[in-house]
Design a protein around this ligand. Structure first.
Ligand code: ATP
Ligand code: MG
Length: 562
């Protein structure tokens, strides 16, 4: 954690940190242990980063530890591929766990013993009702549930049936193990929740050892206890599960008594975060995959060029509260710019080129112009940029009939080419279609370095590249995936999709130093934003992704539209 990040941290005191501090001071716990518990059924997104920031963050701040634990209790949806990808994402983000990776599945035998313990206490029973019947018997928010006819089974019969469930004697769905709590409880989670179900599926880690698997509700708290977790931090949707968590922790002979605390999950404007909806975007081919640079996944952000430091900074600024809200994507962009402004070297690139010919520059001449890599930061060094008679500038930096507030190049007008010379527009050449093909200019050799010897001022400074020295490239610009700030009806979110989320420009020119650009190390294209090489798509021609623009143009544009 950088100094700046920890300073931010000090300002934000939330109820969870206060509680941990209190528990440490009063001696309720000696050392704080948290866990980050992903289910290995998909890739991590920035919402998970909030949870990591909190769990790994408090462990570090209070000198405790945070476990990386896979909640791998549903083998039908889980995969080893996800386990490895999640470990890599956590590592890349810079969160560290202590060597060992924990798995809920490491405790399957112990969890089975706990289930047997509950049966012996008369607090769990095997139910033969079908899934639909169980659902029907559960009642509703305004109606009490109905007890299953199998609820009164004897302890002996329950033990025998549960053992046979484990032995694989019954088909999937034939029987479940349920807690015996209260079918009339106001909290539906306490109406005899399911603890074990039969799943004849191969597990990524335990293979074919088991054909019954614990539910999340049964596995989570007990795994917390086995690992010595003191504060089990989860998102608000688990608030209603807490009474069940406590019920189990109280009854079972656990090595410690962890407590669950809930905090608001991260929602980000103009995007969706849940794995279910992100999967839908892939199935619909709205995006190219989990690592599409528009995706709010860690893989997508990484490929777009977002540095892990910016993500950590972002999540450290998020409020840890008890009410869900939506955080503006511009805050994330702000954190990215903040980091890159200090770290990304400056380069020149022209994305929508138009040719400029300097008529009084020697025909086959060229020279190298020195420019700082990071203005104001000498230690970042310098590079040489070739200059010659034929250049490219941006089409939008020229206007034949300039409007009132346009200070860039126009007929008869003088502007500065960044680091190089002052040039004046003399003439415009067009093809038969009337499109501008060349802008003929003259330059003033006395303005080398972009300085005028006589104090003459120009209003515009343009970026440029030398046409014969430049490298052709493809550049991809991104906008948010959705046009709606909040996607109200998530099941029909196709209606909110932004048709302009991707723009591909494949006639761009870069200054030669960009040949050395590395993926995951964004550079600033002067006046255009921060960009990063896309290693996957740089085959015949270099491809760059825009990590973030220099200013927030999307929001302004959308406000104009409404
Ligand atoms: P999703 O809703 O995207 O499917 P999930 O909650 O099913 O996510 P898990 O793998 O179970 O994903 O999540 C691991 C941890 O990350 C959990 O503790 C969960 O509460 C937390 N988490 C998931 N999404 C968010 C979010 N948007 N904001 C904060 N924490 C989150
Ligand atoms: Mg989950």
């Amino acid at each position: 954690m950088s100094k700046k990040e920890s300073e931010n941290r000090d300002e934000i005191k939330d109820f969870i940190r206060e509680k941990i501090q209190k528990d440490l001071r009063s001696g309720v716990i000696k050392r704080v242990v948290t866990r980050f518990p992903p289910e290995p059924n998909g890739f991590l997104h920035i919402g998970h980063a909030k949870s990591m920031g909190l769990n790994f963050g408090v462990a570090k701040e209070f000198n405790g530890e945070c476990h990386l634990r896979f909640d791998d209790t549903n083998p039908t949806k889980e995969d080893q591929e996800f386990i490895e990808a999640i470990c890599e994402d956590v590592r890349w983000l810079g969160y560290r766990w202590n060597g060992k990776v924990y798995y809920a599945s490491d405790n399957f035998e112990k969890l089975y013993e706990y289930a047997v313990f509950l049966i012996n206490l008369g607090k769990a029973y095997v139910d033969d009702l079908s899934a639909q019947e169980i659902h029907k018997y559960r009642g509703s928010l305004i109606e009490a549930g109905t007890e299953s006819p199998f609820r009164k089974r004897s302890k002996e019969e329950n033990l025998d049936l549960f053992k046979r469930m484990r032995a694989g004697e019954f088909e999937e769905g034939a029987r479940v193990l349920r807690a015996k709590i209260n079918m009339a409880s106001g909290n539906i989670n306490l109406r005899d929740p399911i603890l074990y179900r039969i799943l004849k599926a191969n597990h990524p880690r335990t293979g074919g050892d088991w054909c019954i698997y614990p539910t999340y509700d049964f596995a989570h708290g007990q795994t917390d206890a086995i690992e010595g977790v003191t504060h089990s931090l989860c998102t608000l949707e688990f608030e209603d599960h807490r009474p069940l968590y406590d019920w189990l922790v109280d009854l079972l002979p656990l090595p410690c008594k962890p407590k669950q605390y809930e905090f608001s999950r991260l929602n980000l404007s103009y995007t969706v975060l849940s794995k279910r909806f992100l999967t839908q975007l892939i199935i619909n081919q709205t995006v190219a995959g989990w690592d599409d640079p528009r995706m709010p996944t860690i893989l997508g952000l990484r490929r777009r060029g977002v540095p892990p430091e910016a993500i950590r900074d972002f999540v450290s600024r998020l409020a840890i509260t008890k009410t869900d809200g939506t955080v503006e994507t511009v805050l994330l962009d702000h954190c990215i710019r903040n980091y890159l402004n200090e770290h990304a070297v400056r380069r020149m690139a022209v994305l929508n080129p138009v040719r400029v010919v300097i008529e009084n520059y020697p025909e086959s001449g060229s020279e190298e112009i020195e420019a700082e890599n990071l203005p104001g930061n000498k230690s970042a060094g310098k590079r040489l940029i070739p200059f010659s008679r034929e250049l490219y500038i941006e089409q939008e930096d020229f206007m034949e009939e300039p409007s009132k507030n346009f200070f860039r190049l126009a007929p008869g007008r003088e502007v500065r080419l960044r680091y190089a010379y002052f040039i004046t527009c003399k003439e415009v050449k067009r093809n038969e279609k009337g499109e501008i093909t060349e802008i003929i200019c003259s330059y003033d050799p006395l303005t080398k370095g972009g300085q005028s010897p006589d104090g003459r001022k120009v209003k515009g400074t343009l970026h440029w590249v030398s046409s014969q020295h430049s490298i052709p490239a493809t550049v991809r610009l991104f906008e948010p995936l959705f046009v709606d700030e909040k996607i109200e009806n998530k099941d029909r979110f196709e209606n909110s999709l932004n048709p302009n989320s991707l723009t591909v420009l494949d006639n761009c020119y870069l200054e030669p130093a960009l040949k050395e650009a590395k993926s995951e190390v964004p550079v600033q294209f002067e006046r255009l934003g921060y960009f990063c090489v896309d290693a996957k798509d740089s085959k015949e021609q270099l491809a760059f992704n825009r990590t973030v623009s220099l200013r927030d143009t999307f929001k302004r544009k959308n406000i104009h539209q409404t």
